[in-house]
Design a protein around this ligand. Structure first.
Ligand code: ADP
Ligand code: MG
Length: 291
């Protein structure tokens, strides 16, 4: 028997390195008219590096002590920022103390007890603590992602992390614009300046920053409420709710979280963003054969 067009399209998508989970998922990919993209790990490689360690004057901590504390709290986390903090501490040969009572809050940060003190690493302004009044640099005034370290609630310093754009991020944005007829939207939990930099480098003009996971859902629903059919691409645990609410949810496979991969309708297994518009085209070609 000859293969039904949607199944052939799934096989072809596989050749592009995209695992499409069902015939329905394949069909929906061709129906989208708007793309919404996560930043960290989706448009960027998701392997950031620590580029600055700044203890607050008066914290009594040096750079190494600040980095070691943050690494201890981040150690149990699988978030790309957490991995980068731990790698930076290891690169300096620092001892990473064991952490207890670890909790991760998607889109916000982590908290753990380290040697009897509660250490949190995450964006400023969380836990009702308000923005960091003692900060020498504000998170949105430096390039990259700046996170605040607190010990027992007191801000003790900041870490800045920078991530590289994927080499095919700009071509993928152009191809998605061509295939959907609309310019993609950037949805990120990161700060405004980090988001603006990536938007400028890829040609995106609709940028929404400082979003919590539920804000990404609201953004997707908002677009869909105006009658659009949205493809959302993301990689993190924080992206899972938006992946579920989009007409088509696509997860980045290599560094993607298990929850994102399970929730998505399709997974980009080979790390190529341009495979997404290619698969949208495959779906449309198959639909022309079906109807
Ligand atoms: P994105 O939407 O860009 O993929 P996330 O929603 O995962 O990013 O994270 C949003 C913000 O929350 C980060 O930029 C950072 O400020 C903070 N954050 C989240 N997880 C962590 C973590 N493990 N350590 C430090 N900060 C974190
Ligand atoms: Mg992400």
């Amino acid at each position: 028997a000859t293969m039904p067009p949607l199944l052939s399209a799934i096989a072809n998508a596989g050749r592009h390195g995209v695992l499409v989970k069902s015939a329905v998922a394949m069909e929906r990919l061709g129906e989208i008219d708007t793309a919404a993209l996560d930043k960290t790990g989706t448009l960027t490689e998701g392997t950031p590096e620590v580029t600055a360690v700044r203890p607050h004057p008066g914290s009594g901590l040096g750079e190494d002590a600040l980095l070691a504390l943050a690494a201890a709290a981040e150690h149990p986390s699988e978030h790309p920022l957490a991995r980068a903090v731990v790698a930076a501490a290891r690169a300096r040969g620092l001892r990473i103390a064991p952490a207890e009572d670890f909790t991760a809050r998607p889109g916000r940060g982590v908290s753990a007890t380290v040697e009897g003190r509660v250490v949190t690493v995450g964006r400023a302004g969380e836990d009702g603590a308000g923005p960091d009044p003692t900060a020498a640099v504000r998170a949105d005034e430096v390039p990259g992602t700046t996170v605040l370290v607190r010990v027992d609630g007191t801000p003790v310093g900041t870490l800045t992390l920078t991530d590289r754009l994927r080499p095919d991020a700009a071509p993928a944005v152009s191809a998605l614009t061509a295939v959907t007829g609309t310019s993609p939207v950037l949805l990120t939990g990161d700060n405004r300046s980090a988001a603006a930099q990536v938007a400028a480098d890829t040609g995106i003009t609709d940028v929404r920053a400082d979003l919590l996971p539920e804000d990404k859902v609201d953004a997707v629903r908002g677009l869909q409420g105006t009658g659009r059919k949205v493809l959302f691409a993301g990689d993190g645990v924080n992206d899972a709710p938006a992946l579920a609410s989009a007409h088509s949810g696509v997860a980045m496979g290599r560094a993607g979280s298990d929850l994102a991969l399970e929730t998505a309708d399709a997974v980009v297994v080979r790390d190529e963003l341009t495979a997404i518009p290619a698969v949208v085209r495959l779906s449309r070609a198959a639909r022309r054969l079906v109807v």
